[in-house]
Design a binder for this molecule. Structure first.
Ligand code: HEM
Length: 396
């Protein structure tokens, strides 16, 4: 079996489940060459991914969670780091700053507003009978929600989301320097937010972050900007891809789709978790071994890159009965679409509300979905999902 988990081509029809199945069975912790880089261990079994994600003492998130990250390897932002790329206890201190905003009860307070946004988004396309589901529907929700969280105009959320998409695209698929420019634009916008929220603090996460203290001092501008980049980046195309990839999965699996529609409200929670397992929008997170250790019978040396493939773990027959069947009623579903361990997705409760609100709105008001053109997938080995999904539909 030819294994290539780097080429964007391997992801241009969704995640490479054929390669993942072969790896899980024959070489669950397998060395993978990396042109221009030192190579990495590809980890594909559920139990091993789970173990790596939780063991921050053996597997570090520093200096980066990307397989190749020229910026981080050249020293990154000097002494400043993004929380996603820190280890405990430093990570714990930063995560604590915003943790209370993202608990399940805190997320639930936003439920009505998120449902209202979902309604607005569908209102805009419902009479047209066709749309690009990715940009016109799925992408709108996370851009609006992050803008609301941060206290920004909704239209600005849309612009920030376009930058996120560039940042998450494989560099080979972009004009030279485009990724770096997108990060700089994000920082320029974030700097305006700092000035605006310092002058006129509001009841929003950006104002609260600027007011809070870590180790008895306020956040420096660069620390705020890295939080800002993380929050905008983490919740945008992930949620969008779940929604587009999830709807596509329903269209391709009419029986489970009909089962869901027979009692949508009651069945949505298990269905949403199954769609998370099925689509796994985050392809991987990388760690770096801090010590010589063993993983799945394989010796790992200190300094080696170790890459957790969440989509592979989520189809592991050792963890899921009939893993290649979309079973929207799956009761036991220990999927790792949100990761695990100290970095487990902070936005997962908000993401679940966004997904439920959008699916409720889309599935009850739009019917008879048909692809108007073939789905185009993101050229990315990091974030998986449709890039464009032109649909025809009927208003219900
Ligand atoms: C379907 C949607 C989403 C998926 C699949 C997803 C997935 C993930 C994954 C896999 C991680 C890394 C976990 C690990 O290393 O174990 C992560 C981290 C994170 N996510 Fe999400 N995410 C989603 C939505 C969101 C949303 C909506 C937000 C914010 C509004 C968000 C904020 C974050 C943050 C801040 C982190 C870093 C946490 C840390 O370093 O401690 N995510 N997410």
């Amino acid at each position: 079996m030819k294994i290539d988990l780097l080429s964007p081509a391997s992801f241009d029809g969704g995640q490479p489940h054929g390669q993942f199945a072969w790896l899980r069975e024959h070489a669950p912790v397998r060395w993978h060459d990396e042109p221009g880089g030192k190579g990495f261990w590809a980890v594909t079994r559920h139990a091993d991914v789970y173990a790596v994600d939780r063991d921050f003492q053996a597997y570090s998130s520093e200096p980066t969670i990307m397989i190749a990250d020229p910026l981080a390897e050249a020293g990154g932002f000097g002494p400043y780091k993004m929380m996603l790329m820190m280890d405990p206890p430093e990570h714990t201190g930063f995560r604590k700053l915003i943790r209370s905003e993202f608990t399940e009860p805190a997320a639930r307070l936003r439920q009505d507003r998120i449902q209202a946004l979902a309604r607005q988004i569908v209102d805009r396309v419902i009479d047209q009978g066709q749309c690009d589901f990715v940009n016109d529907v799925a992408g709108e929700m996370p851009s609006f929600v992050i803008a609301e969280l941060m206290g920004l105009p909704l239209d600005d959320g849309r612009e920030l989301y376009k930058l996120t998409e560039i940042i998450h695209t494989a560099p080979e698929a972009l004009p030279p320097g485009a990724g770096g420019q997108a990060v700089m634009k994000m920082f320029e916008y974030g700097s305006k937010v700092i000035a605006e929220k310092r002058a006129r603090p509001g009841d929003d996460l950006a104002s609260r972050l600027l007011a809070c203290e870590v180790d008895g001092r306020k956040l420096e501008d660069m620390e705020f900007l890295l939080f800002f980049l993380l929050l905008v980046d983490a919740g945008g195309d992930t949620t969008r891809n779940l929604l587009s990839g999830g709807l596509l999965a329903l269209m391709e699996n009419p029986e489970p789709y009909a089962w869901l529609m027979a009692d949508l409200d009651a069945r949505l929670p298990t269905a949403r978790e199954e769609l998370l397992r099925w689509t796994s929008p985050v392809v991987y997170m990388r760690r770096t071994a801090k010590v010589d250790t063993m993983l799945g019978g394989q010796a790992i040396r200190a300094g080696d890159k170790v890459v957790m493939y969440f989509g592979a773990a989520n189809r592991d027959p050792a963890a899921f009965a009939n893993p290649d069947t979309l079973d929207l009623s799956r009761a036991e579903n220990p999927h790792m679409a949100f990761g695990n361990g100290p970095h487990v997705c902070l936005g997962q409760h908000i993401a679940r509300l966004e997904i439920d609100a959008m699916l409720r709105e889309v599935l009850t008001r739009m019917r008879d979905f048909q692809l108007a053109a073939p789905v185009e997938w993101l050229p990315s080995n990091f974030i998986s999902g449709p890039k464009a999904m032109p649909l025809r539909f009927r208003a219900a």
